[in-house]
Design a protein around this ligand. Sequence first.
Ligand code: FAD
Length: 374
Amino acid sequence: MSSSTLDVAEAIRQLATERVAPSAVAVDRNRAFPQESLDALADGGWFGLLVPEEFGGHGGGLVALAQACEELGSACASTAMVFLMHSVTAATIAGGGGLQAGDYLSAMADGKLLGTLAFSERGTGAHFYAPELVAVEQNGRIRIRGRKSFVTSGGHAGIYLVLTQSSSAGLDCHAVTPADGIRFDGEWEGLGMRGNSSVAAEFDCAIDASSRIGDSGAGQALVFGAVAPYFLVGLAAVNLGIASAALAATIGHAATRRYSDGSSLAEIQSIQHALAGMDIATRSARLLVHAAAAAGEAADETALVQLMEAKVLATDTAAVVTQSALEVCGGQGFTPALPIERHLRDARAGAVMAPTNGVLRNWIGKALAGLPVP
Ligand SMILES: Cc1cc2nc3c(=O)[nH]c(=O)nc-3n(C[C@H](O)[C@H](O)[C@H](O)COP(=O)(O)OP(=O)(O)OC[C@H]3O[C@@H](n4cnc5c(N)ncnc54)[C@H](O)[C@@H]3O)c2cc1C
C-alpha cells in the first residue's frame, strides 16, 4: 500500500476537490463536525497515511503529511485540522509503541478509529508539554481524573492520547477510549476552524497499563520527538492550504469583478501589488515548509529549528495573506458571498495553537544560541 509522495498530493487533491470542498461552507456555517469528509478520507485509506506499512498503513512521513495537509487545508480547514490531529496521534503511537500499539494502528489504518491528542489544560495553557494532570497507579490499574481543554474531535474520536504526569517520574502518554470514562463539555465556539469540535474533556477512568504509549516516563521524549515534528509541519501545511485558497479566490475575484466602465479590479496597480505580495509570501512559506519536512525526514541537525520556523512562517503568512485578500476583495470579501471571510477566520488559529508562535520564537532563539529547548 506504499505510496510515493507525489501520489499522495495528487490523490488527496482529487479527493479534497470532489469529497471535502463541497461541504466546507456548511461545515463552517453550521459548526458541523466534518464526518462526511472524514468518511471519504477513511474509505480512501488515508487514515493510515502515517501508519507503518506493517500495520496496513502507507508508512508516510513528514513530506507526505505536508502535502496531504496543504490540499485538505485548501479545501476545508476544519477537516484538515481533524485529519492532522489523527495523523499526529498515529505517528505518536508508532513512535512510542506499547502493548496495544499494533491494535490501535491497524484500526486507524483501516479507517475504523479516529485519534486525537488531549494534551492542553487550562492551568498550563500554551505550555501543554508540562501537564498538571497526574496518572495514579492503583491496584495494578492507572487512574486518570481531571480535565483537558481544546480537544480537537472531542466527542467524535475513538481514541484520545492523554498526556499526564507519571506517578513515578516524568510524563506518560495514555490511550483512552470514550468507554473508559470521558465526558465532553459544551460546544466549540471558536472564531474559525468551526467544525473541529475542540471541546473540553473530563476524564474519570481506570485503565489498564497496557494502554500506555511508550515506556513509563517517556512522555516528554514522545512530545518532542514524535508529536512536535509532525504537528509543526502539518499545521504549517494546513495554513499554506488556507493561504493558497484565499489567494486563488482573490485572483478569481480581481479578474472578474468589473466596474460600470468595463474595467476590472485586477487592472488597478495597487491590487496587482497586493496579489504579487500574497503569492510571494505563500510560495516562500511553502519552500520552507517542504525544506523543513525533508530535513526532518533526513534527521538533519538543523531540522528542529527549520520545523519551528516553518510553523511560525506559514501560520503568520496565512494571517497576512487572508488579510490582504479581504482588502483586495473589499466589502464583498467581508460577506459569505466569497470564501475570504472563512479563510481569514480559519487562519487566526495557527499562531495561538501550541506550541504558539510566541513560545516558538523563544525556542528558536534558544536553539540558535545553543541553549536547551524548552
Ligand atoms: C482550534 C484549536 C484546536 C486545538 N486543538 C487541540 C488539541 O487537539 N489538543 C490539545 O491538547 N490542544 C489543542 N488546542 C490547544 C492549543 O494548542 C493551546 O494549548 C491553547 O490554545 C492554549 O491557549 P491558552 O489560552 O491557555 O494560552 P495561554 O497559555 O494563556 O497563552 C496566551 C498567550 O501568551 C503567550 N505565551 C504564554 N507563555 C509564553 C511564553 N513563555 N513565552 C512567550 N509567549 C507566551 C502564548 O503564545 C499565547 O499567545 C487547540 C487550540 C485551538 C485554538
